[in-house]
Design a protein around this ligand. Structure first.
Ligand SMILES: C[S@@+](CC[C@H](N)C(=O)[O-])C[C@H]1O[C@@H](n2cnc3c(N)ncnc32)[C@H](O)[C@@H]1O
Length: 277
């Protein structure tokens, strides 16, 4: 009996799981070794301890371009041009490098500027041209400054807009406190639910990225609903963890899609963008 026939014969016997064990072990060992290598590289090279930054793999970036293309109903070429635009914005990059170098948190930040899925937020703002963006959860302000960069480009093309960035931490947002980006950013310190309740202008684009507990995320979408402008877009950064935005979309008659990013050269499995529109 040749080897293939022998293998097929064993696969039909009670010995099949035992015979398959070495192959299964090799598969999982290869996978774990890859994760271990990138974890060790990250432990040695990176200084970040939360809200990690990384680039997307080329495939993930391409999927993100198609994702935005569908949501905003624009050609994928246009989305790719927006992604290139933010990634090649050297003025912004230099500002971020300088602001990080001057910050007293610099020892917990990396010197490379990598936006991860935020390039998708940028492209959505460029395509949708919102007058008022609200972002809950600011941290250092990387997302706020990316949103501001998109709003400044929109303004230069005759479509001005502002972003209200909400965080409970008074130290949040230092990357977004420098002109020209700060000129379109309103940083509001306080609990996001109270800050959403106090919003006095219609919201065209809302992004949840604060307290990621399910109940808080749900409360944010409920609180912002009466504040939304017609045709508003809702985003969540929590889409790989909860089903909150999908449920909200269903109960309010919107469409919903989710994108899951793949970080390049990182142990972290990545987050995503959930959109209801
Ligand atoms: C994941 S970080 C935000 C990341 C940011 N959007 C970015 O692009 O880098 C989460 C932030 O939410 C803030 N946060 C947590 N609970 C909050 C609440 N109840 N209201 C407002 N902000 C909150 C935290 O202080 C933290 O800065």
């Amino acid at each position: 009996m040749d080897r293939i026939k022998l293998r097929r014969a064993i696969a039909r016997t009670p010995l099949a799981p035992v015979a398959a064990f070495p192959k299964r072990l090799r598969t999982i060992a290869r996978y774990d070794a890859k994760v271990l290598r990138s974890s060790v590289r990250w432990l040695v090279k990176s200084r970040e301890h939360h809200n990690y930054t990384y680039d997307l793999t080329p495939l993930s970036r391409n999927h993100l371009a198609w994702f935005v293309s569908v949501i905003c109903d624009i050609p994928v070429k246009q989305v790719r041009a927006y992604l290139d635009e933010i990634e090649s914005d050297d003025t912004l990059r230099q500002h971020l490098l300088a602001a990080i170098a001057e910050s007293d948190r610099r020892r917990l930040a990396d010197k490379e500027i990598r936006y991860a899925r935020r390039i998708g937020w940028y492209a959505i703002v460029r395509a949708a041209r919102p007058k008022h963006v609200v972002e809950t959860g600011v941290d250092k302000g990387l997302g706020s400054v990316v949103l501001a960069a998109a709003l400044l480009r929109n303004a230069a093309e005759g479509h001005p807009g502002r972003v209200t960035s909400l965080d409970i931490n008074p130290e949040a947002g230092y990357l977004a406190r420098v002109a020209p980006w700060s000129e379109v950013v309103d940083l509001v310190i306080g609990d996001s639910l109270a800050s959403i309740a106090a919003l006095d202008r219609p919201v065209d684009l809302f992004l949840h990225d604060s307290d990621h507990r399910t109940a808080h995320e749900r409360r944010e979408f409920d609180a912002v609903e009466p504040k939304l402008a017609p045709g508003a877009i809702l985003l969540t950064d929590n889409v790989t963890i909860t089903n909150v935005l999908a449920q909200h979309a269903e109960s309010t008659g919107r469409r919903f899609l989710a994108f899951r990013e793949t970080p390049a050269n990182h142990w972290y499995p990545g987050d995503g963008i959930g959109v209801a529109w």
